[in-house]
Write a protein that binds this ligand. Sequence first.
Ligand code: KG4
Ligand code: ZN
Length: 349
Amino acid sequence: MLVLGIETSCDETAAAVVRDGRFVLSNVVHTQIAQHRPYGGVVPEIASRQHVEHLPAVLEEAMRAAGVDWSSLDAVAVTHGPGLSTSLLVGLAAAKGLAIRLNKPLVGINHLEAHLYSAFLGPDAPEPAALMPFVSLIVSGGHTAFVRVDGIGRYRLLGRTVDDAAGEAFDKGANLLKLGYPGGPAIDKAALGADPAAVRFPRGILRNLPARLTGLDARCCVSYSGLKTSLLYYLRDHPLAGAGDPVVGSLAASFQEAIVDTLLNRVAHALGNLRTLAVVGGVSLNSRLRGKLAALAEKRRFRLILAQPAFCADNAAMVAGLANHKLAATPPPAEAFLLDAEPNLGIGE
Ligand code: KG4
Ligand code: ZN
């Protein structure tokens, strides 16, 4: 089965062709980082305009690189939420148009479920059925959550961030340290070789959950707003000497350590008696997180599955791959064409 996937939920314009849910024939991502950099974050109006401008060429390139004809596609899959509504609508309109023109099924995909699926992409990735049940940690710019996975489409949200996502914490910290945008890769780089114990930042422990999160386990939830404030106060009391101040490296390493430890401290509880943890999403590219997770897996004797780097940040291969399984389970109804953007779609709630 050959599926074309389309992803435009935030600031990445992406298209990919995946065979049989696993073999990625092409994976094209047009990033808009340069357009959003002057604002230090994603500007929705700019993002949707960029999607409109670049999606046609990204689609052509995905088909060309895969070396397949439009007529050989079996389905078109598209992210319909969660995300920025004006960005989601661009991908949805293109996917509907293509599916109608090609007379193929249209599959709407939940972006968070696609991130969960990213661990199964590539010829060397495990078979989904072989890992069930397991726990997945989704860590990205917009989301931070522990999810129990009992099967494809069978999820239970265990815990999540009560405020900022881990990627957002990286981005805000980098902004305070004047390291530029996006913050995750900048902090990762600045922290290399620096002392992560130089400053002790808070680890976001939660005792009580806000009422809107009743039902979740506080021991699987995290908070990052205090961490950001703590860095802000630290810099107020110890101002940087200017760009290139050598203390920036140890502050970046200490800040990163707090983000990473906050996640690691929740792993044992989220796993319970399960023995497999998958970690997916843009922040799972973080070298310190990868290193410390590997050490924890060895010490606590659980299996660690990390998505391949090409599939961690937003991409359309995870959308097309997941769609293959959805199609195999039940063919999408004709109403799929009425699919609308769902900016607040959740998972396993
Ligand atoms: O999954 P993703 O592309 O988008 C969302 O769905 O949100 O994740 C983007 C996030 C950004 O916040 C970025 O700073 C972060 O992933 N990121 C990293 C690294 N590379 C990307 N965070 C920490 N370390 C990295 N190396
Ligand atoms: Zn994402």
